[in-house]
Design a protein around this ligand. Structure first.
Ligand SMILES: *[C@@H]1O[C@H](CO)[C@@H](O)[C@H](O)[C@H]1NC(C)=O
Ligand SMILES: *[C@@H]1O[C@H](CO)[C@@H](O)[C@H](O)[C@H]1NC(C)=O
Ligand SMILES: *[C@@H]1O[C@H](CO)[C@@H](O)[C@H](O)[C@H]1NC(C)=O
Ligand SMILES: [Zn+2]
Length: 292
Protein backbone atom coordinates (compact mmCIF):
# COMPACT_ATOMS: atom_id res chain seq x y z
CA UNK A 1 0.00 0.00 0.00
CA UNK A 2 2.03 2.97 -1.21
CA UNK A 3 0.40 6.06 0.17
CA UNK A 4 1.16 9.36 -1.50
CA UNK A 5 3.49 11.47 0.59
CA UNK A 6 0.92 13.60 2.33
CA UNK A 7 0.92 15.05 5.79
CA UNK A 8 -1.63 13.36 8.07
CA UNK A 9 -3.92 16.40 8.02
CA UNK A 10 -4.21 16.07 4.25
CA UNK A 11 -5.08 12.40 4.28
CA UNK A 12 -8.74 11.68 3.83
CA UNK A 13 -9.55 10.05 7.11
CA UNK A 14 -13.29 9.64 7.56
CA UNK A 15 -13.21 8.87 11.27
CA UNK A 16 -10.50 9.82 13.69
CA UNK A 17 -10.03 6.79 15.96
CA UNK A 18 -7.62 4.30 14.45
CA UNK A 19 -7.49 5.89 11.06
CA UNK A 20 -4.80 3.72 9.50
CA UNK A 21 -3.68 0.07 9.65
CA UNK A 22 -5.78 -2.17 11.88
CA UNK A 23 -7.20 0.70 13.90
CA UNK A 24 -6.09 1.05 17.50
CA UNK A 25 -8.85 -1.41 18.41
CA UNK A 26 -7.42 -4.19 16.25
CA UNK A 27 -3.82 -3.62 17.36
CA UNK A 28 -4.70 -3.42 21.04
CA UNK A 29 -6.79 -6.58 20.77
CA UNK A 30 -3.89 -8.46 19.14
CA UNK A 31 -1.65 -7.22 21.95
CA UNK A 32 -4.03 -8.27 24.74
CA UNK A 33 -4.44 -11.73 23.20
CA UNK A 34 -0.64 -12.04 23.19
CA UNK A 35 -0.58 -10.84 26.81
CA UNK A 36 -2.96 -13.68 27.68
CA UNK A 37 -0.73 -16.36 26.15
CA UNK A 38 2.91 -15.35 26.73
CA UNK A 39 4.94 -17.24 29.29
CA UNK A 40 5.75 -15.61 32.61
CA UNK A 41 9.42 -15.11 31.68
CA UNK A 42 8.38 -13.45 28.43
CA UNK A 43 6.13 -11.05 30.28
CA UNK A 44 8.98 -10.10 32.65
CA UNK A 45 11.37 -9.66 29.72
CA UNK A 46 9.09 -7.36 27.71
CA UNK A 47 7.80 -5.46 30.75
CA UNK A 48 11.46 -4.65 31.34
CA UNK A 49 12.19 -3.54 27.77
CA UNK A 50 8.97 -1.50 27.59
CA UNK A 51 9.41 -0.21 31.12
CA UNK A 52 5.78 -0.90 32.02
CA UNK A 53 4.69 -3.43 34.61
CA UNK A 54 0.93 -3.11 34.06
CA UNK A 55 -1.18 -5.70 32.23
CA UNK A 56 -1.36 -3.21 29.33
CA UNK A 57 2.41 -3.29 28.72
CA UNK A 58 1.86 -4.57 25.16
CA UNK A 59 -1.53 -3.02 24.35
CA UNK A 60 -0.43 0.45 25.43
CA UNK A 61 2.26 0.59 22.72
CA UNK A 62 0.50 -1.50 20.05
CA UNK A 63 -0.52 1.39 17.79
CA UNK A 64 2.45 3.68 18.50
CA UNK A 65 3.97 2.82 15.09
CA UNK A 66 0.95 4.34 13.34
CA UNK A 67 1.62 7.78 14.82
CA UNK A 68 5.40 7.44 14.50
CA UNK A 69 5.21 6.86 10.74
CA UNK A 70 3.74 10.34 10.24
CA UNK A 71 6.51 12.14 12.16
CA UNK A 72 9.68 13.32 10.41
CA UNK A 73 11.76 11.02 12.62
CA UNK A 74 9.54 8.07 11.73
CA UNK A 75 8.91 8.64 8.05
CA UNK A 76 11.47 5.95 7.15
CA UNK A 77 9.20 3.36 8.76
CA UNK A 78 6.06 4.04 6.67
CA UNK A 79 6.81 1.26 4.11
CA UNK A 80 7.37 -1.22 6.97
CA UNK A 81 3.61 -1.50 7.61
CA UNK A 82 2.84 -3.47 4.45
CA UNK A 83 4.12 -5.46 1.51
CA UNK A 84 2.83 -4.54 -1.94
CA UNK A 85 1.91 -7.92 -3.42
CA UNK A 86 1.75 -7.33 -7.16
CA UNK A 87 -0.70 -10.13 -7.78
CA UNK A 88 -3.95 -9.99 -9.69
CA UNK A 89 -7.01 -10.40 -7.47
CA UNK A 90 -9.48 -11.96 -7.65
CA UNK A 91 -8.04 -14.16 -10.43
CA UNK A 92 -4.78 -14.86 -8.62
CA UNK A 93 -3.33 -13.96 -5.27
CA UNK A 94 0.21 -14.46 -4.01
CA UNK A 95 3.21 -12.79 -2.40
CA UNK A 96 6.75 -12.96 -3.72
CA UNK A 97 9.41 -11.50 -1.51
CA UNK A 98 11.86 -10.51 -4.25
CA UNK A 99 9.12 -8.95 -6.39
CA UNK A 100 7.03 -7.31 -3.69
CA UNK A 101 9.41 -6.05 -0.98
CA UNK A 102 10.43 -2.64 -2.23
CA UNK A 103 13.80 -0.97 -1.88
CA UNK A 104 12.52 1.16 1.00
CA UNK A 105 11.68 -2.02 2.92
CA UNK A 106 8.46 -3.85 3.72
CA UNK A 107 6.72 -5.55 6.60
CA UNK A 108 8.52 -8.89 6.12
CA UNK A 109 11.96 -7.27 6.12
CA UNK A 110 10.94 -5.16 9.11
CA UNK A 111 9.85 -8.19 11.13
CA UNK A 112 13.21 -9.77 10.41
CA UNK A 113 15.10 -6.57 11.19
CA UNK A 114 13.44 -5.82 14.53
CA UNK A 115 13.40 -9.47 15.62
CA UNK A 116 17.15 -9.61 15.03
CA UNK A 117 17.58 -6.38 16.99
CA UNK A 118 15.66 -7.77 19.96
CA UNK A 119 18.05 -10.73 20.02
CA UNK A 120 21.11 -8.46 20.14
CA UNK A 121 22.27 -8.18 23.76
CA UNK A 122 24.55 -5.25 22.90
CA UNK A 123 21.71 -3.02 21.69
CA UNK A 124 20.88 0.08 23.75
CA UNK A 125 17.64 0.29 25.75
CA UNK A 126 15.97 2.87 23.49
CA UNK A 127 16.54 0.78 20.34
CA UNK A 128 15.31 -2.37 22.07
CA UNK A 129 12.17 -0.57 23.12
CA UNK A 130 11.54 0.69 19.59
CA UNK A 131 12.17 -2.78 18.14
CA UNK A 132 9.65 -4.30 20.57
CA UNK A 133 7.01 -1.69 19.71
CA UNK A 134 7.52 -2.36 15.99
CA UNK A 135 7.24 -6.14 16.34
CA UNK A 136 4.03 -5.88 18.40
CA UNK A 137 2.55 -3.67 15.69
CA UNK A 138 3.78 -5.37 12.51
CA UNK A 139 2.69 -8.88 13.53
CA UNK A 140 -0.78 -7.30 13.70
CA UNK A 141 -0.58 -5.46 10.38
CA UNK A 142 0.62 -8.46 8.40
CA UNK A 143 -2.62 -10.27 9.28
CA UNK A 144 -4.74 -7.52 7.65
CA UNK A 145 -5.21 -8.75 4.05
CA UNK A 146 -5.03 -5.25 2.56
CA UNK A 147 -1.60 -4.74 4.14
CA UNK A 148 -0.44 -7.53 1.85
CA UNK A 149 -1.84 -6.15 -1.39
CA UNK A 150 -0.69 -3.55 -3.90
CA UNK A 151 -3.96 -3.04 -5.77
CA UNK A 152 -5.31 0.53 -5.49
CA UNK A 153 -2.81 1.30 -2.70
CA UNK A 154 -4.01 -1.61 -0.61
CA UNK A 155 -7.62 -0.62 -1.17
CA UNK A 156 -7.08 2.98 -0.03
CA UNK A 157 -8.07 4.06 -3.52
CA UNK A 158 -11.30 2.05 -3.62
CA UNK A 159 -14.22 4.27 -2.63
CA UNK A 160 -17.06 2.58 -0.80
CA UNK A 161 -19.73 3.42 1.76
CA UNK A 162 -20.00 2.02 5.24
CA UNK A 163 -23.17 2.67 7.26
CA UNK A 164 -24.01 5.48 4.86
CA UNK A 165 -20.63 7.21 5.20
CA UNK A 166 -18.23 7.45 2.25
CA UNK A 167 -14.88 5.84 3.05
CA UNK A 168 -12.40 3.49 1.39
CA UNK A 169 -12.00 -0.27 1.41
CA UNK A 170 -8.75 -0.23 3.39
CA UNK A 171 -10.37 1.73 6.18
CA UNK A 172 -13.35 -0.62 6.18
CA UNK A 173 -11.02 -3.55 6.95
CA UNK A 174 -8.77 -1.69 9.39
CA UNK A 175 -11.40 0.01 11.42
CA UNK A 176 -15.03 0.18 10.29
CA UNK A 177 -15.79 -3.55 10.48
CA UNK A 178 -13.96 -4.13 13.80
CA UNK A 179 -15.67 -1.12 15.38
CA UNK A 180 -19.13 -2.18 14.14
CA UNK A 181 -18.50 -5.68 15.46
CA UNK A 182 -17.39 -4.52 18.91
CA UNK A 183 -19.45 -1.37 19.21
CA UNK A 184 -16.60 0.82 20.43
CA UNK A 185 -12.86 1.43 20.19
CA UNK A 186 -11.60 2.05 23.73
CA UNK A 187 -8.77 0.14 25.41
CA UNK A 188 -11.47 -1.55 27.51
CA UNK A 189 -13.26 -2.68 24.32
CA UNK A 190 -9.99 -4.20 23.06
CA UNK A 191 -9.49 -5.95 26.39
CA UNK A 192 -12.96 -7.49 26.22
CA UNK A 193 -12.62 -8.55 22.58
CA UNK A 194 -9.25 -10.14 23.37
CA UNK A 195 -10.83 -11.96 26.29
CA UNK A 196 -13.54 -13.41 24.03
CA UNK A 197 -11.06 -14.50 21.36
CA UNK A 198 -8.66 -15.92 23.97
CA UNK A 199 -11.46 -18.03 25.41
CA UNK A 200 -12.25 -19.28 21.94
CA UNK A 201 -8.57 -20.23 21.46
CA UNK A 202 -8.40 -22.00 24.84
CA UNK A 203 -11.68 -23.85 24.78
CA UNK A 204 -13.95 -22.73 21.95
CA UNK A 205 -14.22 -22.76 18.17
CA UNK A 206 -10.57 -21.83 17.61
CA UNK A 207 -9.18 -24.52 19.90
CA UNK A 208 -8.79 -27.20 17.20
CA UNK A 209 -7.14 -24.66 14.88
CA UNK A 210 -4.74 -22.87 17.19
CA UNK A 211 -1.89 -25.39 17.13
CA UNK A 212 -1.93 -25.17 13.32
CA UNK A 213 -1.45 -21.41 13.60
CA UNK A 214 1.93 -21.92 15.26
CA UNK A 215 3.30 -24.26 12.61
CA UNK A 216 6.29 -22.90 10.76
CA UNK A 217 7.26 -20.31 13.37
CA UNK A 218 11.04 -20.30 13.18
CA UNK A 219 13.03 -17.70 15.07
CA UNK A 220 16.08 -18.44 12.93
CA UNK A 221 14.11 -17.52 9.79
CA UNK A 222 11.84 -14.51 10.40
CA UNK A 223 11.48 -13.93 6.63
CA UNK A 224 10.07 -17.40 5.91
CA UNK A 225 7.93 -17.21 9.05
CA UNK A 226 6.35 -13.85 8.28
CA UNK A 227 6.10 -14.56 4.56
CA UNK A 228 3.86 -17.54 5.40
CA UNK A 229 1.64 -15.21 7.46
CA UNK A 230 1.61 -12.77 4.53
CA UNK A 231 0.63 -15.50 2.03
CA UNK A 232 -2.23 -16.63 4.22
CA UNK A 233 -3.44 -13.06 4.74
CA UNK A 234 -3.11 -12.10 1.07
CA UNK A 235 -5.17 -15.14 0.00
CA UNK A 236 -8.20 -13.48 1.62
CA UNK A 237 -7.92 -10.64 -0.88
CA UNK A 238 -9.07 -13.08 -3.57
CA UNK A 239 -11.65 -14.98 -1.48
CA UNK A 240 -13.19 -12.39 0.84
CA UNK A 241 -11.93 -8.84 0.27
CA UNK A 242 -12.45 -8.67 -3.50
CA UNK A 243 -14.15 -11.92 -4.59
CA UNK A 244 -15.83 -10.05 -7.47
CA UNK A 245 -12.99 -7.64 -8.11
CA UNK A 246 -13.01 -3.90 -7.53
CA UNK A 247 -16.30 -3.58 -9.43
CA UNK A 248 -17.96 -5.73 -6.77
CA UNK A 249 -17.34 -3.19 -4.00
CA UNK A 250 -16.75 0.16 -5.69
CA UNK A 251 -19.40 2.70 -4.58
CA UNK A 252 -21.26 -0.03 -2.72
CA UNK A 253 -22.62 -0.05 0.82
CA UNK A 254 -20.49 -2.60 2.74
CA UNK A 255 -22.11 -2.67 6.17
CA UNK A 256 -24.64 -5.34 5.15
CA UNK A 257 -23.92 -8.62 3.35
CA UNK A 258 -20.25 -7.73 2.79
CA UNK A 259 -19.78 -7.08 6.51
CA UNK A 260 -21.32 -10.47 7.33
CA UNK A 261 -18.71 -12.38 5.31
CA UNK A 262 -15.77 -10.14 6.23
CA UNK A 263 -16.27 -9.94 10.02
CA UNK A 264 -15.53 -13.65 10.71
CA UNK A 265 -12.30 -13.42 8.69
CA UNK A 266 -11.26 -10.34 10.63
CA UNK A 267 -11.93 -12.09 13.95
CA UNK A 268 -9.91 -15.09 12.79
CA UNK A 269 -7.01 -12.91 11.64
CA UNK A 270 -6.96 -10.92 14.90
CA UNK A 271 -6.96 -14.17 16.88
CA UNK A 272 -4.17 -15.67 14.79
CA UNK A 273 -2.09 -12.50 15.05
CA UNK A 274 -2.40 -12.37 18.83
CA UNK A 275 -1.66 -16.05 19.35
CA UNK A 276 1.32 -15.94 16.99
CA UNK A 277 2.62 -12.73 18.55
CA UNK A 278 2.62 -14.47 21.94
CA UNK A 279 4.70 -17.35 20.61
CA UNK A 280 7.02 -15.04 18.68
CA UNK A 281 7.70 -13.00 21.83
CA UNK A 282 8.23 -16.27 23.74
CA UNK A 283 10.80 -17.39 21.18
CA UNK A 284 12.59 -14.03 21.33
CA UNK A 285 12.71 -13.97 25.13
CA UNK A 286 13.95 -17.57 25.23
CA UNK A 287 16.44 -16.84 22.44
CA UNK A 288 17.95 -13.95 24.36
CA UNK A 289 18.30 -16.12 27.47
CA UNK A 290 20.05 -18.88 25.53
CA UNK A 291 22.50 -16.35 24.12
CA UNK A 292 23.50 -15.05 27.54
C1 LIG B 1 1.71 1.36 31.18
O1 LIG B 1 0.87 1.33 30.04
C2 LIG B 1 -0.46 1.75 30.30
C3 LIG B 1 -1.22 1.58 28.99
O2 LIG B 1 -0.67 2.39 28.01
C4 LIG B 1 -0.46 3.19 30.79
O3 LIG B 1 -1.79 3.58 31.08
C5 LIG B 1 0.40 3.30 32.03
O4 LIG B 1 0.50 4.64 32.41
C6 LIG B 1 1.78 2.75 31.75
N1 LIG B 1 2.56 2.74 32.99
C7 LIG B 1 3.79 3.22 33.05
C8 LIG B 1 4.47 3.11 34.37
O5 LIG B 1 4.34 3.71 32.08
C1 LIG C 1 16.22 -1.79 10.46
O1 LIG C 1 16.04 -0.95 11.60
C2 LIG C 1 16.77 0.28 11.54
C3 LIG C 1 16.54 1.02 12.86
O2 LIG C 1 15.18 1.38 13.01
C4 LIG C 1 16.32 1.08 10.31
O3 LIG C 1 17.09 2.24 10.23
C5 LIG C 1 16.47 0.23 9.06
O4 LIG C 1 15.95 0.95 7.95
C6 LIG C 1 15.72 -1.07 9.21
N1 LIG C 1 15.92 -1.92 8.03
C7 LIG C 1 14.93 -2.63 7.45
C8 LIG C 1 15.31 -3.47 6.28
O5 LIG C 1 13.77 -2.60 7.83
C1 LIG D 1 -23.08 6.38 -0.46
O1 LIG D 1 -23.14 7.53 0.38
C2 LIG D 1 -23.50 8.71 -0.32
C3 LIG D 1 -23.34 9.87 0.66
O2 LIG D 1 -23.92 9.57 1.91
C4 LIG D 1 -24.91 8.54 -0.87
O3 LIG D 1 -25.27 9.70 -1.60
C5 LIG D 1 -24.95 7.33 -1.79
O4 LIG D 1 -26.27 7.10 -2.22
C6 LIG D 1 -24.44 6.08 -1.05
N1 LIG D 1 -24.38 4.95 -1.97
C7 LIG D 1 -24.84 3.72 -1.65
C8 LIG D 1 -24.68 2.66 -2.68
O5 LIG D 1 -25.33 3.46 -0.56
ZN1 LIG E 1 0.46 -0.16 10.79
Amino acid sequence: MKLPNLTPALLLLPSIPGAYCWGALGHQTVAYIATNFVQADTQTFFQGILNNKTSSYLAGVASWADSFRYTSAGRFSAPFHYIDAEDNPPASCGVRYARDCGEAGCIVAAIQNYTTQLLDPSLDAASLKMAAKFIIHFVGDIHQPLHVENLNMGGNGIHVNFSGTPTNLHHVWDTAIPEKLIGGYSLADAYKWADTLSTSIRSGAYKPLASEWLKGLDLSDPVATSLAWAEESNAYVCTTVLPNGVAGVQSQELSGAYYETAAPVIQLQIARAGYRLARWLDLIAAGVKTDL
